[in-house]
Design a protein around this ligand. Structure first.
Ligand code: BGC
Length: 739
């Protein structure tokens, strides 16, 4: 059971400059109570916290961000506890600290690693100014189910996009060196499989074959290790019958043995106690033993380790060497953060949170995260010169709180700049703005406000609707079985569209919503997610053409919830559908013989395509793709080259996300019909063209085979370059065995 832990005697001769030397020496001086203290994370404000810290019974505190209190806790730890070990201070900075950025799913829609890295760096420096030195982010669970409320926190459906953006977040939080006072430790969560919770319901079990686990769900976690992430969080979900917090295969075999991870693993909130609720262990004692042996180093918000490990040691059911190894893992991160040299926080040494530069970056990321889904007759951008009046409708137009999104503990809605405020400031006196909320909340089932809204729209040149979901409808434990616009919103859109006025729908939401019932009733749709503090100005910049939309969907948008899970990188099946092979339920004759249907993989009522595919997003200009070139043959170990010309053939400068997809035609394990392998954001002036080039090492074509070996198999491949996961330009190449 001690596999993959450095044992005490192995470390004896470790050189003084080894990262294990100081943890080793410190552990050698610790009592068992002090060791277990280092493995305990306690919630801020717990009644006897000060005494517990003074007595060395706490290694980490979470959810305490009052800097004076944090400094006092650090003082008790450093100056009054016997060994003077500083505390890790953890907080969920999921999309910002005080300056709130778009929800992670929105940030993922930017397809911009540098923007995502910047957002994390700002969260880190703002959090660090309050004494936070560790965050439980990024969440890199792959999810393909928009019913799951935590899709809001995710980076979407695709392992490549999620890996690249997750690594960017880690670089943002951890900076060039963890010792830098502006850096904080990151945490890759939730390891693993949480995003595949059955039925999109939070906390439910996930059943994922090992092959799928390795080829899809684990890839972003491996990328996190490669990016140097300091900590991992074990999920509280059940993976293939073994809850992740007691899962030896995940935490010992994969994380430590195969990947060589040297940081520490924290449990999720009470996830060790819950091993018994799952029915995996019979009682708390067994749960503590199972989690420790599986590789959970620190317990979040529980006291099982502290209470029960002494008994387990006494009964010789657990080896103290295991506990020593766990403590060293935690101490190593504390040393790497430089906490022994710098436990206290002086906020005056940090930039003020919410400063102009942070707000400007939040505005930039929010603008990049919005996805233009529809724009009939170029109704957008609006020209304020040509408009005399604008109706602004909807409960989310002027709600600084709801635009922030889920997982916002420290952001204050009084700093939010709303869409209504931003529209007023853009149009000034040039156009009249008629504002009608129409509904009390996004869920209201009343329609008393509708008549006023209809009147405002009738009297205006254009209507901008701010609809969608309030923050509380997504996030942890907030799943939905129906993902339509909630409440009476569809009816409101119906009534407003009957006015015949052009209608622009701006959706603020924590997940993809099913828009099928409304999409044909509006002229334009801008999907803004929950855009954060600066959502208003960012959206107004897009509506009025100061910026052109450049976001792309990080997740497929289903037509109906019944299509879920729907994602672009499907397996082909033996009977792939085509537009010709399918028919609609309404086209079937009465008493039709059984063979009259298409005999391929589709729904009679919803076909097989999403409403909007992964990678999709319009711009105010048009980009033309041509002249794809792909290396024709490469040997294993070489690089494949791909290029295409992209030209801005419209009239506005804009950014485009150029996407590269590959299909491995034959594999010893079947391969998806398309896999994203690269992407680049390019900015092009009108008429400007650029040759966009990608290179892939053949290792980047590797996948886990039936024996769970990571292999690149020789054979034929297709490649596409384009503006979404349904690109038109394609080429082919062959990978041959190395000579
Ligand atoms: C969540 C984690 C989070 C932790 C601490 C749990 O409920 O699952 O993602 O980091 O709480 O707030």
């Amino acid at each position: 059971m001690l596999r993959n832990q450095r044992l005490n005697d192995e470390l004896e001769n470790e050189a003084a400059d080894s990262p294990w030397a100081r943890p080793r020496d410190l552990v050698a001086q610790m009592t068992i109570e002090e060791k277990l203290g280092q493995l305990s994370q306690v919630n801020g404000g717990t009644p006897d916290l000060h005494d517990a810290v003074r007595e060395g019974r706490v290694g980490s505190v979470l959810n305490e961000v009052n800097v004076d209190e944090v400094n006092e806790l650090q003082r008790l730890a450093v100056e009054e506890s016997r060994l003077g070990i500083p505390l890790l201070v953890g907080r969920d900075l999921i999309h910002g600290f005080k300056t709130i950025f778009p929800i992670p799913l929105g940030q993922a829609a930017s397809w911009d690693p540098s923007a995502v890295q910047c957002a994390a760096a700002i969260a880190a420096v703002e959090g660090a100014s309050s004494g936070v030195n560790w965050t439980f982010s990024p969440m890199i669970d792959i999810t393909r189910d928009p019913r799951w409320g935590r899709i809001a926190e995710s980076l979407g459906e695709d392992p490549h996009l999620c890996s690249v953006l997750g690594a960017a977040m880690i670089r943002g939080f951890q900076g060039a060196s963890l010792e830098d006072p502006e850096s904080i430790a990151a945490c890759a969560k939730h390891f693993a499989g949480y995003g595949a919770s059955e039925g999109g319901m939070d906390y439910s079990a996930a059943d994922i074959s090992e092959n799928e686990l390795r080829n899809v769900h684990l890839r972003p976690f491996k990328a996190a290790v490669d990016a140097g992430v300091s900590t991992f969080m074990a999920s509280f979900s059940d993976l293939n019958g073994v809850p992740a917090s007691g899962n030896v295969f995940l935490m010992r075999q994969i994380l430590r043995d195969e990947w060589g991870f040297e940081g520490f693993v924290v449990s999720d909130w009470e996830s060790i106690r819950e091993l018994t609720v799952h029915g995996f262990t019979a009682n708390e004692r067994e749960a503590a033993k199972a989690a420790a042996e599986a590789g959970v180093d620190m317990e979040m918000a529980g006291d099982l380790y502290r209470r029960l490990i002494p008994e387990l040691l006494e009964a010789e059911e657990i080896d103290e060497q295991l506990i020593d190894a766990m403590v060293r893992n935690v101490l190593r991160v504390k040393f790497e953060l430089g906490l022994f040299e710098r436990a206290y926080t002086d906020p005056s040494k940090y930039p003020e949170p919410l400063n102009a530069e942070h707000l400007e970056l939040a505005r930039d990321v929010a603008a990049k995260s919005c996805v233009l889904l529809k724009n009939d007759d170029q109704v957008l951008p609006l020209s304020k010169q040509d408009l005399q009046s604008i109706a602004v409708i909807g409960p989310l137009a002027d709600d600084g709180y709801e635009q922030l999104g889920t997982w916002v503990f420290d952001g204050d809605s009084r700093h939010s700049q709303t869409c209504l405020q931003a529209i007023h400031s853009v149009v000034g006196d040039e156009a009249q703005v008629r504002w009608v909320p129409a509904m009390r909340t996004s869920r209201s089932r009343q329609d008393e406000g509708f008549a006023l809204a209809v009147e405002a729209v009738q009297q205006s040149d254009v209507a901008i609707l701010f609809l969608g979901e309030e923050s509380i409808l997504s996030g942890e434990a907030h799943c939905r079985a129906s993902i339509d616009l909630p409440g009476n919103q569809e009816q409101l859109i119906d009534e407003l569209s009957n006015t015949g006025k052009p209608i622009v729908l701006v959706v603020l939401a924590g997940r993809p919503l099913t828009l099928r019932n409304v999409i044909d009733k509006v002229s334009a749709v801008l999907y803004a997610w929950h855009p954060g503090t600066m959502g208003g100005p960012a959206i107004a910049d897009l509506l009025f053409g100061v910026e052109s939309p450049s976001g792309k969907l990080p997740v497929s948008f289903p037509r109906s919830v019944g299509q879920v899970p729907i994602y672009y990188s499907k397996k082909n099946t033996g009977r792939p559908p085509s537009h010709e092979s399918i028919c609609h339920i309404d086209e079937i004759d009465g008493k039709a013989p059984q063979t009259s249907l298409g005999m391929s993989a589709f729904y009679l009522d919803d076909g097989f395509t999403p409403l909007f595919p992964f990678g999709y997003g319009l711009s105010y200009t048009r980009f033309e793709y041509r002249d794809i070139e792909v290396s024709s043959h490469v040997a294993i170990g070489e690089r494949v080259r791909f290029s295409a010309t992209v030209q801005n053939v419209g009239e506005r400068a804009a950014e485009e996300v150029v996407q590269l997809y590959v299909r491995d035609l034959v594999g010893s394990v079947t391969r998806p019909v398309k896999e994203l392998k690269g992407f680049q954001r390019v900015r092009l002036e009108p008429c400007e063209s650029q040759r966009v080039c990608f290179e892939l090492h053949t290792d980047e074509l590797a996948f886990y085979n039936q024996k769970m070996q990571l292999v690149t198999e020789p054979g034929h491949f297709h490649a596409w370059i384009g503006s979404s996961s349904e690109p038109e330009l394609w080429g082919e190449f062959e990978v041959v065995a190395a000579s």
